[in-house]
Write a protein that binds this ligand. Sequence first.
Ligand SMILES: [Zn+2]
Length: 232
Amino acid sequence: MNRIQAANSLLAALPRKNYLRLLAGLELVTMNFGEVLYEPGQPIQEVYFPTQSLVSLLTLVEGHLALEVGLVGWEGMVGFPLALGVEVSPVRALVQGAGPALRMSAARFRAELRRSPPLQRELHRYVNTMMAQISQTAGCNRFHVVEPRLARWLLMTRDRVRAGEFRMTQEFLSHMLGVRRVGVTEAASALQKRGLIEYRRGHINILDHRGLEKAACACYERVRDMHGAVAP
Ligand SMILES: [Zn+2]
């Protein structure tokens, strides 16, 4: 099998023949910062394979800020409940890193899935790693304090966009971490004082990723190790 130069690692893991057939039904789109792809309880109309974009999966708890439970970048797919035969999203899917993705209609994706056992296998593997990521995130949100969680989140984002610089507003960060803005500011300032990041006007630059790995809780490594395909 020739190695495929796909910009999404889930697609790149497919045999060439299956990849090319899938590619014929994929459309390159640009996703905009803040765009909502799905709402909880709504039918999934399209699936997305991010190439250089980042999508946050958020759970809504009445009376609280939306809380991030998962992140999808170039290693994965948005809309994976379809791989389990479920056509409704349990979460809000929100674009938080603008950029390109490959898009396919849900109907076509279901048809492709039926005829491609390799695609089924990759999706099942991916759903399993997402279950692990979501479980770890639940534990992390409950037991770990904001600063190591922010460090974990920055590293997870870096891996999924394959860049150490990205845009992120305090409002978004407070949703990601489930804390008020002041808590985000304090944690970001603490990481900045330690020389690990530079953070200004919604722009984050990771200056010392090894140091940031040390500052992050162990949840980062656990999730990374479960996602074999995530960039080093
Ligand atoms: Zn943690």
